[in-house]
Write a protein that binds this ligand. Sequence first.
Ligand code: NAD
Length: 492
Amino acid sequence: MLYKNFIDGQWVDTATGKTFKSLNPADTSDELGEFPASNAQDVERAVQAAERAFREWSKIPAPKRGELLFEIGERLKRHKEDLAQIMTREMGKVLKEARGDVQEAIDMAYYIAAEGRRLFGYTTPSELPLKHCISFRRPVGVVGVITPWNFPIAIPGWKIFPALVAGNTVVWKPATDTPRCAYEFVKILEDAGLPKGVVNLVFGGGNDVGIPLAKHPKVARISFTGSTETGREIYKYGAEKLAKVHLEMGGKNPIIVLEDADLDLAIDGILWSAFGTTGQRCTACSRLIIEDGVYDKLLEKLVERTKKLRLGNGLDPTVDVGPVVNRAALEKIARYVELGVKEGAKLLCGGQIAKDGDLAKGFFFQPTIFADVTPTMRIFQEEIFGPVLAVTKAKDFEDAIALANNTSYGLSSSIYTRDVFKAHRAMDEIEAGITYINSGTIGAEVHLPFGGIKNTGNGGRESGWTAIDEYTEWKTIYIDFSGRLQKAQGID
Ligand code: NAD
């Protein structure tokens, strides 16, 4: 089926007449549809529609906008299973994780719907008599949303819902690997009764759609999740037009296991964090740092459990690990594994593209563990974004923290220990936006701030109460009811 862009409340053809296909990475003979390969002209139409819609949408009382978001949450909930099935077919994550992805958008819709009745400002006393001082939030205008493929329903929800409750309108460019999920998401928004032009969807590539959207002078704010390389480029476009840019980017997230840890608990967390979503989460654990005394014992058990993971089509409930998203990702992972071997790391399991039986129909890579990885190796430093875990030995707690921090990224992190002193020190000393104690690196909840430091982010936080900061501007009001000119700063 040929899908269309959604602009000003209509499903419309692209100006280019060109299309691209979305294929199932577990079985490339399964096609999810053909989508417009749009360009700057389509972006222009979408931004104009969003600008027009902003005038009305921003005037609707926030609690009413919240009610619509609640309705969207209800519809997402009703369609959760269909959406999850489509997601598994389109980007490969196993069905139970796809359900979790949709659930995150549902949670966000409900959470942020209620924000419509808060959107708190501040009131504070004036330094002068007979004068009130208040401040409140205003929407910013048109928000450009650019998203990756690895959370194709959750991430748009994290961005679009807070933007809408705050009174903004949106032009969204989804990833080219997950256009069908984007279509289904926007269809739900349309069916829920979102007024025309409030959310506009433009399919297409980074160069043809992403860049014109980020550069557009009428796009007041950009919210981007994706690789650090792309984020850095988009930040420059924002700087040129003095628009704030919210960036959520890559990670190289460590789990530390200390000698006093519950090793079986740690192994459960490591497997889930390293190989869940086939290692393609921004919060995936890609570095494991083990204290000397338990290094061999933990590795032995971990490899044994990893070898038992079942690779296959995520629609099969017995499968643990699905495919990677596309051929380019598969080849990139294979190159990194080759590099790891060359760098002198010890390959303990996996390391190959999997092609047995039905696996040959898609893009499968065996869950892979490298031991004796050192911080100078590229597999310790660079984001691979696949099922590859680099394991390093730490002399003691201090060494483990130093190793964890020896990275240019800073998104998620974790430590397994029963020592309350060390756990609290880790909370302070690990350089990351998120630290888990005695659980893996994944499992963020929508009502808490989400984001990272160093090359992972530029200071903003998605989710939680902080999400609203990304989509609002402060307005300060002084009300003088003294009936005479009063001057601040003691001017007589
Ligand atoms: P990507 O940077 O290649 O693409 C992300 C989006 O940007 C896509 O929609 C893409 O089409 C678009 N894009 C690409 N080039 C562009 C350009 N020059 N200008 C404007 N837009 C452009 O990333 P990806 O491969 O889709 O996603 C994987 C990356 O996302 C990983 O690095 C991962 O860590 C990161 N990620 C981060 C988070 C987080 O919250 N920190 C969450 C999920 C994924």
